[in-house]
Design a protein around this ligand. Structure first.
Ligand code: URA
Length: 188
């Protein structure tokens, strides 16, 4: 499957009830050859309206953090665990996550990222397994088949709790260092 086929599949998807209430499927954004894949939870109102992930308040915060650390646009791709907005921004149900997971797996296969960063507990639990408390797994690394997985707070959590900003910034700095390590550039 290529990106276009994946996009067609998703746009016609009705594997779960979220397809009944969505305005747009929100597949992902960013560089299709990027070494880093950020995975959020699911689209919010603005994302549903525009069909693009992380364009609302939380997304702006993520953009600011990435820019301040010096990530280049071609270094990352952003997607979500579920591609359609859960009504009232509720947490996606397990059955919705399972129905949508094949699409994230396809994105993973096409992108073949060196690093996956789970944003928040829904992504951490879906990708790292079990009940992942972000405060516990954040900043740690797991390597699976040549890809490094880590987690940090979801940017929306930072909007509610200022004290998490510095922690997320440190976690993202560690992602930058890991990337430099992988490519053999000496870290700062
Ligand atoms: N929150 C998410 O998890 N994903 C988005 O795309 C926007 C907000």
């Amino acid at each position: 499957m290529n990106w276009e086929e994946l996009s067609d599949y998703c746009n016609n998807c009705n594997r779960c009830a979220l397809s009944q209430t969505r305005q747009h499927v929100v597949l992902g954004k960013g560089d299709l050859n990027a070494p880093i894949l950020f995975v959020g939870e699911g689209p919010g109102a603005k994302e549903d309206e525009m069909g693009i992930p992380f364009v609302g308040q939380a997304g702006k915060l993520l953009d600011l953090a990435l820019e301040s650390i010096g990530f280049e646009a071609n270094e990352y791709y952003v997607a979500n665990v579920v591609k359609c907005r859960p009504p009232q921004n509720r947490v996606p149900l397990q059955e919705e996550i399972e129905a949508c997971m094949p699409y994230l797996r396809e994105q993973f296969k096409l992108l073949r990222p060196k690093i996956v960063v789970c944003l928040g507990s829904v992504a951490s639990t879906a990708l790292l397994g079990a009940e992942c408390k972000v405060s516990v797994v954040r900043g740690t690394w797991t390597q699976r088949k040549g890809t490094y997985f880590t987690a940090t707070y979801h940017p929306a959590a930072l909007l509610r709790d200022d004290s998490k900003k510095l922690v997320m910034w440190q976690d993202l700095k560690a992602v930058k260092r890991k990337l430099e390590e992988i490519y053999g550039i000496s870290g700062k």
